[in-house]
Ligand binder design. Structure first.
Ligand SMILES: Nc1ncnc2c1ncn2[C@@H]1O[C@H](COP(=O)(O)OP(=O)(O)OP(=O)(O)O)[C@@H](O)[C@H]1O
Ligand SMILES: [Mg+2]
Length: 328
């Protein structure tokens, strides 16, 4: 692979030295009166990767989208702190967020075919952030776009620049989206189930590519994943979410191989990837958001629940792992 002649980390990012790539403290996001994220606290260090796991509806995408500053919409209210590169994205004005999107934080969606605009070529897609954030002219955009396509393993980049999304395979579309998200070298990449829309055969390739690019940039990354085994392979840390709350967070191997929270234990016991001969699904269903229990949201399904679980569990440290459960 060749390297580009035009590249430098964006000076417009203006991140204070030592500022954490991602930090949430008691971050609550409500849709109407319902807390979709409930007092989420989380820290991601420089160069670290984090996997967010948990059942459908846990709030994983909501957290990733909030970190992109994409949920400043009617009916959504946010309390507490959600910082990217040291600045609060929950309460920043749209103009500021537009500067940060792409330079501080980039997003890869699950489905590239839906994220790419069918009316624009690959070159047009790649040029947009480069023009906007770096002020590149046509020739510079073209040169950088070629290098970016090369960096994500697209053969014959010259020919691909003119292609429209529908002329590319799913895997290639995903590579293009990775190139777009990383075009302006953000410090934080958010990848929301980046491979689950792809054929199994190319999932591993795309995942390896994302990791390789993240490491090459010295960036940090949050991966929203369903596959627990994959989480241990790609992430330094894992945060387990249940119904809008983080129930357990810590080093990936520790959390997934020696889960402490009853919900993490249940997830593991129901995971095919961990080679369980018989699957033990977690009994019951996630309560409706409008009808959440006051304290621990997992309590109604928890085999260890006690009266104390009516109060919100205070996360406790077990070595490097934080667990929100009264009964450990
Ligand atoms: N635009 C929206 N309007 C109303 N409710 C929403 C909206 N987006 C998400 N929600 C609700 O917020 C909760 C969290 O959703 P979210 O998409 O973040 O979950 P998730 O963990 O990403 O799930 P999945 O694994 O299925 O992608 C869900 O109850 C969902 O129904
Ligand atoms: Mg999701």
């Amino acid at each position: 692979m060749t390297t580009t002649a035009i590249s430098t980390r964006d000076t417009a990012v203006n991140v204070a030295p030592g500022a954490l790539p991602l930090q949430a403290e008691n971050f609550t996001l409500r849709r109407g009166r319902v807390a979709v994220l409930d007092a989420v606290s989380l820290t991601l260090g420089e160069g670290q990767t984090l996997a967010l796991i948990g059942e459908s509806g846990a709030g994983k995408s909501t957290l990733a989208f909030a970190a992109m500053g994409l949920l400043q919409e009617r009916g959504v209210s946010m309390e507490g702190m959600l910082r990217v590169g040291g600045d609060d994205v929950a309460h920043a004005p749209e103009k500021q967020l537009r500067q940060w999107r792409g330079t501080r934080m980039g997003l890869i969606f699950q489905d590239a075919s839906a994220a790419l605009n069918p009316c624009f070529t690959v070159l047009e897609h790649l040029s947009e952030p480069l023009r906007r954030h770096r002020g590149y002219n046509r020739a510079q955009c073209r040169e950088r776009a070629l290098a970016l396509l090369d960096s994500v393993g697209i053969a014959d980049p010259e020919a691909r620049l003119k292609a429209y999304p529908h002329e590319l395979s799913g895997g290639m579309q995903q590579r293009v989206m990775i190139a777009i998200a990383l075009a302006c070298e953000p410090r934080l990449l958010l990848a929301d189930e980046p491979t689950s829309a792809l054929d199994v055969t190319i999932q591993a390739q795309i995942m390896a590519l994302i990791l390789e690019r993240v490491h090459a940039l010295g960036a940090s990354a949050v991966f929203v994943l369903h596959d627990l085994a994959l989480a241990t392979q790609v992430a330094d840390r894992v945060a387990v979410m249940y119904a809008g709350q983080i129930v357990e967070e810590g080093p990936a191997g520790e959390v997934l191989n020696h889960p402490r929270h009853p919900y993490t234990q249940g997830l593991r016991a129901s995971a095919v990837e961990f080679g369980a001969e018989r699957l033990h699904p977690i009994a019951g269903v996630v309560p409706a958001l409008a009808d959440m229990p006051q304290g621990c949201r997992f309590a109604p399904r928890c085999p260890r629940a006690t009266a104390q679980c009516g109060e919100r569990p205070v996360p406790r440290a077990f070595g490097d792992v934080m667990v929100a459960c009264w009964n450990l």
